[in-house]
Design a protein around this ligand. Structure first.
Ligand code: ATP
Ligand code: MG
Length: 626
């Protein structure tokens, strides 16, 4: 019995894959915290809660806790995918847990449609919240009671007051970068008075916008966010979780640190625009820990650069505009950078994880070239996508001596591998990161051969014949010999044309003993190889050829109207001929159409066997910017 090489076990491969991951500033911070034991003393009582609650729990088995906190007000996009990969990836790599948390403290914009799509997106990317012993995902709105209590505590401790200035007065008195703010005339109210009015706010005795609760910090602070930020506002709106229970809602800057603390988050990772909020985050944590409401040590906020991708918009609001103005066919239009759109376009979880790893985590903004994303998909599909032949712009090639050579009506069976490199070690799929990817790999490993037939007539690409060839042309032109891939060698003899001079059919003769895989296959020298589909068994398919959605590399930079740079040719639909294995594809199955590119059977419209519909995922070569 042979012993398996331990270096080849899935676990060892996964570990090797781990070690290849480049370090970044977040990894360094976490490694240093683990070494120092910064969070070793934390307790976790099984679900989020305040200091008293967690004190009753065990030592937290999770070495770190991170969170991905989307606002459920739209579909997630490729930028969120980066954030998901960072947060869930760090938790996975360091023995931690990542919480999916719906940041649903804003009552107006949220919808359960979005909640469900976010859950699907995170799971599809290969992550889940198992490992957390509770029924996560969490909802920030479940913490409204605690947030209210924290607000009352701040009032009682003299750290917050109700301000009745108008929004204009408040804005004017906030000052600006060069100018300190001016104290509100309501700033010196007593805690008793503040508490009374705050309770009136809660009880619906004041109009929307009549007053706000503000933290009392420092109106002269050089950081404008520390100049008594608003922490609660009056807003009569029905909330998707809490209904009409509340008519006051916490502001994001107040709610977010509290959510982190209740969930015992250690490393709260967000994008750079929150950098100026960090002093308030820390201030609030200190106040609520010293008041005994929250458990120490406090979570800490770290900022990284958000993803900017050329030719792509990553703002939920602007993506919504594309959908509602019918510039695209819905959130999952394959041209959309939403996760549902990318998925329908043929992107795989592995390709998006590879992308997140490759672009890394930095502290300064930059633009990532769209071709980087495409390169990751190409790399992932190269070893996994089954091969198939398709002809996108078909013209008939007639093998004029076929009947003499093989007998009238003869169809010769041909066989080609679905994965030409499947048995060569160097091209084996890399170690899977997730069960979803492992499933893809095992399908790829056991790929069956493809079967199709060749007869007197085959479809070829119109561009594969030139009556008067340009210099260096290697395909069909009168007098040249080419191989029909997986079939026979043929010699072009001419063509037929209609009255307008358009080629209607191409003519060639076949060399009967040159079938691929037979000893005679290399007996004749050819100038090239072309792909084709048999007329007898080829099937019609709708193929959607997608191009970039915008013509401008930075469609919305500097306040530009991104609608103006929409690419009018971002979708071209063609009727192609495809080989039988492609017509029988399962929805969502990815293929390499040989010589053309990677395609996916559309998840929505493709029906195996009866209505093949394919989307172009990515071309074989990088054609961007050329
Ligand atoms: P949008 O502007 O598209 O609405 P958002 O930041 O408001 O995005 P949230 O739902 O608040 O959307 O985002 C959830 C998480 O995803 C946040 O932690 C946020 O920092 C992160 N995120 C959002 N966009 C990007 C991006 N382009 N790159 C990296 N992370 C992002
Ligand atoms: Mg947001």
């Amino acid at each position: 019995m042979s012993h398996p090489n331990p270096a080849n076990t899935p676990a060892a491969k996964a570990a090797a894959h781990e070690n290849l991951k480049p370090s970044n500033f977040l990894r360094q911070i976490i490694e240093s915290d683990l070494e120092k034991g910064t969070y070793a003393s934390r307790h976790w009582a099984g679900r989020p809660g305040d200091a008293a609650h967690h004190a009753k729990g065990e030592r937290d088995p999770a070495k770190i806790r991170t969170r991905f906190p989307p606002e459920p007000n739209g579909y997630l996009h490729v930028g969120h995918a980066k954030s998901i990969c960072i947060n869930f990836g760090l938790a996975r790599d360091y023995g931690g847990v990542c919480h999916l948390r719906f940041d649903d403290t804003n009552p107006e914009k949220e919808d359960t449609e979005y909640v469900n799509s976010i859950v699907d997106a995170v799971k599809w990317l290969g992550f889940d919240w198992n490992g957390s012993p509770t029924a996560a995902p969490y909802q920030a709105s479940d913490y409204f009671d605690f947030m209210y209590r924290a607000a009352e505590y701040l009032i009682e401790a003299g750290h917050a007051y109700v301000d009745e200035q108008t929004p204009e007065q408040m804005r004017a008195n906030r000052g600006d970068f060069g100018k300190p703010g001016v104290d509100s005339p309501f700033r010196e109210r007593t805690p008793q008075e503040n508490l009374r009015i705050f309770r009136e706010m809660r009880d619906g005795q004041h109009e929307d916008g009549a007053m706000v609760l503000r933290a009392k910090i420092d109106m002269a602070s050089p950081n404008i966010n520390m100049r008594d930020p608003a922490i609660y506002r009056i807003r009569r709106a029905t909330h998707h979780n809490t209904g009409d229970k509340w008519c006051i809602y916490p502001m994001y800057t107040f709610a977010h640190p509290i959510e982190d603390a209740l969930e015992q988050i250690t490393h709260s990772i967000c994008t750079l625009e929150f950098e100026d909020q960090r002093p308030f985050y820390d201030w609030l944590m200190e106040r609520l820990i010293e008041g005994g409401l929250l458990a120490a040590p406090a979570p800490k906020q770290y900022e990284f650069a958000r993803l900017n991708l050329t030719y792509v918009i990553t703002s939920k609001r602007k993506l919504a505009q594309l959908v509602y103005d019918h510039k695209v066919n819905g959130w999952d239009d394959p041209r959309m950078p939403t996760i549902v759109g990318l998925r329908r376009r043929g992107y795989t979880p592995a390709s998006l994880q590879m992308f997140a790893d490759r672009i890394g985590v930095t502290k300064s903004d930059s633009w990532i070239d769209y071709s980087t994303l495409e390169g990751c998909l190409r790399e992932d599909l190269e070893t996994k996508a089954h091969r198939g032949m398709a002809v996108l712009n078909p013209v008939k090639l007639i093998l004029t001596n076929w009947d003499e050579a093989f007998g009238a009506g003869h169809l010769e069976p041909c066989t080609q591998p679905a994965l030409p490199h499947a048995n060569s070690g160097s091209n084996m799929p890399s170690a899977p990161d997730t069960p979803a990817q492992a499933a893809t790999v095992s399908i790829a490993d056991s790929a069956p051969d493809r079967h199709f037939t060749i007869g007197k007539e085959v479809w070829i690409e119109r561009e594969d014949f030139e009556e008067v060839p340009p210099k260096g042309y290697k395909r069909l032109t009168p007098g040249t010999k080419v191989r029909l891939k997986g079939g026979y060698i043929v010699e072009c003899t001419g063509c037929a044309k209609d009255a307008a001079g358009t080629v209607t059919e191409v003519h060639a003769t076949v060399f009967p003993d040159t079938k691929s895989g037979t000893p005679g296959s290399s007996s004749i020298k050819t100038s090239g190889v072309i792909t084709w589909v048999g007329v007898a068994d080829g099937r019609q398919a709708e193929v959607r050829m997608y191009d970039r959605l915008f013509l401008d590399a930075q469609p919305d930079a500097g306040g530009k109207d991104f609608i103006e740079s929409l690419n009018p040719n971002s979708l071209k639909v063609v009727t192609a001929m495809v080989e039988p294995s492609l017509a029988n594809a399962l929805p969502d199955q990815k293929f390499q159409f040989e010589r053309i590119g990677y395609f996916v059977a559309d998840r929505v419209d493709h029906v195996a066997g009866s209505k093949p519909v394919f989307n172009l995922a990515v071309g074989l070569k990088d054609s961007w910017g050329k």
